[in-house]
Design a protein. Sequence first.
Length: 152
Amino acid sequence: MLSPVSLCAAYHPRAGEEIPGFPQYLRVGFQQTDMVSRSARITVYLVVMGWMYVVLMMSVAEATNTTGSVLGAIVTFFLYGLLPVILVVYLMRTPARRKAIKVREAAEHQAQMARLAGNAESAAAASIDPDTGSHAPGAAQAASIAPVRKET
């Protein structure tokens, strides 16, 4: 797997170095997606789990209330809980998905370049000398289909 810093180091020789007194966000190869700490992501997941608990309790209260119904509880659970949580988690995971796609594309590109370099070397080794004769490349072929003539 290629990291963003190693990808950047391929284009800039000092991309991975720490420069004293130079802010990290001004460095070549700085990735903004790495700024979200692990504890911040865990906190957001804890909030999501807490919200799902609250929505579950709202659904139970709706189902067990004398004026409530099970259908109302199901609608409450889906509209207040499941759909918003799915949207929030999907949006939270977007930077990680983008990063994974970039890494995968870089790996595919590197594999393709290695494959093309290998094909070029094998093609050069298997190459034969071209025909250097002064004759035509092949004999004239006999016509296999007779020409169509008009009837008179």
